[in-house]
Design a protein around this ligand. Structure first.
Ligand SMILES: C[S@@+](CC[C@H](N)C(=O)[O-])C[C@H]1O[C@@H](n2cnc3c(N)ncnc32)[C@H](O)[C@@H]1O
Length: 209
């Protein structure tokens, strides 16, 4: 396992996410990721180069490694990556590299699959737009994006804490892709960090043409 550090973690950040990591440890990988991995498996594609953006302690990363792919797991918090590495069985460690980086300023390498579960709405809108332009050029043809974005009815969007995309904006974002999964979810629930909120979510898997 190679560890790179291209950014500084903040104490604030650690405290902010520690409860999330504690509560979600042991939860299964996201359906978006499983859908994308199954599509690659059905195509007979193995040994993929995968990026897990905002990987946290590895809810999705562990599944990517178990399926035999090479993974670069990226998070702004060094503690998350330490916890991820501690969870990886010894026989899978050679497949993993980790990098502490802020996605707003990150130079994305080429990849076959870019996974980004419940993180992109944490970026500023300009930061996301920049990252997405990189993603659209660095994802190899036939490669996939799997992840989540907020919709405009999400309560974090209403409170000005985040941004969301309406269906027409999402269609334009995904113009260069074949959309394989696009599920809209609205739900009132409590976040892993204990906050009651209205979720408006897009669950997305898209294949680059
Ligand atoms: C809600 S958690 C999701 C973790 C994991 N993807 C999952 O689905 O369980 C968001 C993660 O993204 C990381 N994160 C938030 N903003 C980030 C940024 N700008 N750059 C890199 N990582 C970030 C946090 O440290 C945290 O681990």
């Amino acid at each position: 396992m190679v560890e790179q550090n291209t950014d500084k973690s903040t104490d604030d950040g650690k405290h902010r996410w520690r409860r999330y990591w504690d509560v979600t440890e042991g939860r299964p990988p996201r359906p978006t990721l499983l859908f994308a991995l199954d599509r690659f498996a059905a195509e007979g594609r193995t040994g993929l180069e995968v990026l897990d953006l905002g990987c946290g302690i590895g809810r999705d990363s562990l599944e990517i490694l178990r399926r035999g792919h090479r993974l670069l797991a990226v998070d702004r918090e060094a503690e998350a990556l330490q916890r991820l590495r501690a969870r990886v069985p010894p026989e899978l460690r050679a497949q993993l590299r980790t990098e502490v980086a802020d996605l707003e300023r990150w130079e994305m390498p080429p990849a076959d699959l870019v996974n980004a579960s419940f993180v992109l709405h944490s970026l500023s809108r300009p930061g996301f737009d920049r990252l997405w332009r990189r993603l659209a050029s660095r994802l190899r043809p036939g490669g996939r994006f799997a992840g989540h974005l907020l919709g405009p009815k999400d309560s974090w969007v209403g409170r000005g804490r985040s941004w969301g995309l309406a269906r027409a904006e999402l269609d334009s974002l995904l113009a260069g892709f074949e959309v394989e999964m696009l599920e809209e979810e609205e739900d009132d629930s409590v976040t892993p960090r204990g906050e009651a909120k209205h979720w408006h979510l897009w669950h997305i898997v898209a294949r680059r043409r």
